[in-house]
Design a protein around this ligand. Structure first.
Ligand SMILES: Cc1ncc(COP(=O)(O)O)c(C=O)c1O
Length: 494
């Protein structure tokens, strides 16, 4: 047992309470099968001594494991890892858990009739299949077999030129050699992790953040430090405090319509985070999948547009505004990192599909792209307005949110004491799928939020789904106010 807990690392300078840090890491060890069913957990005093923490902290963590059905205690003996059979779940409960576990891995399993507010993926009716057919045929007629060979690791040169030209519209001036074509933003995040992170390195993320990024950083053995996000961007005070303690390899941010909160950075915060990155000699990884989808007059400029010091690695996804299955995106990478990034891309998939790169190049060159973006923006704007109107009419006022003005999702806050997983389970019974907020954290314990996206639902279904959710929420937060779900929260025994 002793070596099994060697990997546990707690840090009292982090905003997450120590007992939650310990709970999360024990939970991971159980999920990974390192700690086996019915195996005894280390005695409280011994573990506390070993980690240099108070015994109460260990008690809190063990109690939390018990309350989640992951451990059980035997009087006079100790605490043990639960075996699945010991807490035989109800069939319904099991189904909910499976859904949640799949969501943690970035997938949602949806029945045909379900109204899916959990997914931020556009519906296929929005995909520009007709123009794609015309352009792909043009490429085949023009390039023949050339389109099917291996392509340059960094990407098809004419496409990289078109991307440079496209970026000028956003005040980003770069050379073709700074542009790297990737097979989707997720691959970009993974390649950057591969190129920069060594086991035990520290990475800063906004909290909450995009789950796919957390998983990529964890897979490289990164120590993840969560910095809270506020309505106008990352908490700079906390960031400064943490930068004075750690030296992160990079700070991973989404300055526009952040996933999951929908928040965007103010100009002042953009300026300050760039200054801080420069001062502390670290990079910023800017993940931009939604900046085109502003529904107000203000058209946001990416952080990269202000990057005078070459500290920003810009990752652009086309999945939400084009077709996610094409697996296409690009990065703009500071020169100092170019060769490392090329090596990482090479060992990942050699190069992104040449046929797709050539076809997308024609979208940019023949000015079809701008038309397409405008079409998507109008479609999504309509869904956004329908969504907000329905929410205003149906949700209890005690469920709070901030209209993001763009993007594809809205972040909701439940009143104190109410729980995202409970809302998730109740909605699932009504055929409505939502994303519980707790999925978007690394160690922070927050169960009061959920994210709803209108990307994958048409207007009629948005109205039906939000109405059904409104009934669920009214019943939960109003009629059950006296049940005080907060009483389920852990209170220490000692
Ligand atoms: C913030 C963020 N980054 C990256 C991705 C992955 O995008 P892609 O499909 O381009 O790999 C997603 C997908 O939802 C996302 O929300």
């Amino acid at each position: 047992m002793d070596d099994k807990i060697l990997s546990i690392y707690l840090d009292d300078r982090l905003p997450t309470p120590l007992y939650i840090q310990l709970f999360v890491q024990l939970k991971s060890l159980i999920a990974e099968g390192v700690l086996k069913p019915n195996e005894k957990l280390p005695p409280i005093r011994k573990l506390a001594q070993r980690l240099g923490i108070n015994t109460i902290t260990v008690v809190h963590a063990y109690k939390k494991l018990e309350s989640e059905g992951l451990a059980y205690s035997v009087v006079g003996s100790g605490t043990y890892v639960a075996s699945p059979s010991r807490y035989e779940p109800q069939l319904q409960r099991q189904e909910e858990d499976e859904h949640l576990q799949m969501m943690e891995k970035g997938q949602v399993q949806v029945s045909k009739d379900a109204i899916n507010f959990a997914s931020t993926t556009p519906t296929p009716d929005l995909f520009p299949v007709d123009s794609f057919k015309i352009l792909i045929n043009k490429v085949l007629d023009r390039d023949k077999g050339q389109a099917f060979g291996y392509h340059q690791i960094q990407g098809y040169q004419p496409l990289r030129e078109s991307i440079c030209h496209y970026l000028e519209k956003f005040s980003i001036k770069v050379l073709t050699d700074d542009v790297h074509v990737i097979s989707g933003a997720q691959q970009g995040i993974d390649i950057i992790s591969k190129a920069l992170i060594e086991y035990g390195d520290c990475v800063f993320v906004e909290s909450p953040t995009y789950r796919g990024a957390l998983e990529a950083f964890k897979s490289r053995g990164a120590r993840i430090v969560e910095i809270p996000i506020q309505e106008d961007g990352i908490d700079l005070e906390k960031l400064e405090e943490m930068l004075s303690v750690y030296h992160p390899k990079f700070i991973y941010v989404m300055p526009y319509f952040q996933n999951p909160t929908g928040y965007s950075y103010s100009y002042s915060k953009k300026e300050q985070i760039l200054q801080m990155a420069r001062q502390h000699k670290t990079f910023i990884v800017e993940d931009d999948s939604l900046s085109e989808l502003s529904f107000t007059k203000e058209q946001p400029l990416p952080l990269k547009a202000f990057d005078a010091y070459q500290v920003v690695i810009y990752i652009k996804s086309f999945s939400k505004i084009f077709m996610p299955g094409l697996r296409l995106g690009f990065m703009v990478v500071p020169q100092a990192l170019r060769s490392r990034v090329i090596s990482a891309k090479h060992t990942t998939d050699i190069s992104t599909s040449g046929l797709i790169q050539r076809t997308f190049d024609l979208y940019l060159r023949e000015n079809i792209w701008q038309e397409h973006i405008e079409y998507m923006r109008q479609k999504y704007k309509k869904r956004y307005e329908t969504f907000l109107k329905a929410v205003k009419e149906s949700f209890p006022v005690s469920v709070k949110y901030k209209a993001p003005g763009g993007g594809l999702h809205v972040w909701f806050e439940l009143p104190p004491g109410y729980n995202d997983q409970e809302v998730y389970a109740r909605c699932l019974k009504k055929g409505v799928l939502i994303a519980p907020g707790s999925l978007f954290y690394h160690q922070t314990h927050d169960t009061r939020h959920f994210r709803l996206s209108f990307a994958a639902v048409n207007s009629e279904k948005i109205r039906d789904g939000i109405r059904a959710m409104g009934e669920v929420l009214h019943q939960y937060v109003e009629q059950e106010a006296t049940l005080a779900p907060s009483s389920q929260e852990y209170s220490p025994l000692l």
